[in-house]
Ligand binder design. Structure first.
Ligand code: S3P
Length: 174
């Protein structure tokens, strides 16, 4: 029987770092709720994120992310929250996330992202230009910000979902 975390677990990190698959299974293991900010935004807006980027632009989506965090702050409890890859990049979002719970950065290398998202068409930020270069560029820009936004870093390359979950549980519960 796993012990429950004292508060929420917030997963941040790059696209393809496993936030959603790890988050879902972690929540099940801890008998917590699971929420995913991308999914919540799609439900609230009634359109896909891809469509939102295309019709309203990235800034509109970023405002949606910030507003959603403000709403979640009021009533998030015993929840594993998986966030969109750009969520912690705004300073105010990073602050809000830290108030919500244990912020864990799932760190991933460009090669792993490239393999995992090889055929993916749903991420607007990866649709332009050479995909490897784009991933490397974004990862380099974002890594320091992910590190600043997190309380803990979990390396994910070469690990199974269960191994990643065990690392997170060690951090959050013991
Ligand atoms: C984004 C990551 C995506 C989604 C949107 C923007 C980003 O979420 O929020 O396409 O800026 O890194 P995932 O990290 O779940 O792919």
């Amino acid at each position: 029987m796993e012990k429950k975390p004292k508060c929420n677990i917030i997963l941040i990190g790059f696209m393809g770092s496993g936030k959603t698959s790890v988050g879902k299974r972690l929540a099940k293991k801890l008998s917590c709720s699971f929420q995913d900010t991308d999914q919540l935004i799609e439900e609230k807006s009634g359109i896909t994120i891809k469509h939102m980027f295309e019709t309203k632009g990235e800034e509109y989506f970023r405002e949606y992310e910030t507003n959603l965090l403000r709403e979640l702050k009021a009533n998030l409890k015993n929840t594993v929250l998986s966030t969109g890859g750009g969520m912690p990049l705004r300073e105010q979002n990073a602050e809000l996330l830290k108030q919500l719970g244990h912020v864990i950065y799932l760190k991933v290398q460009a090669d792993t992202v490239l393999k995992r998202l090889e055929d993916d068409l749903s991420r607007p930020l990866l649709q332009q230009g050479d995909r490897r270069m784009r991933i490397e560029q974004l990862l380099t820009e974002r890594a320091p910000r992910y590190e600043r936004a997190a309380y803990h870093i979990v390396e994910t390359d070469g690990k199974s979902v269960d191994e990643i979950i065990d690392d997170i549980i060690q951090i959050c519960i013991f």
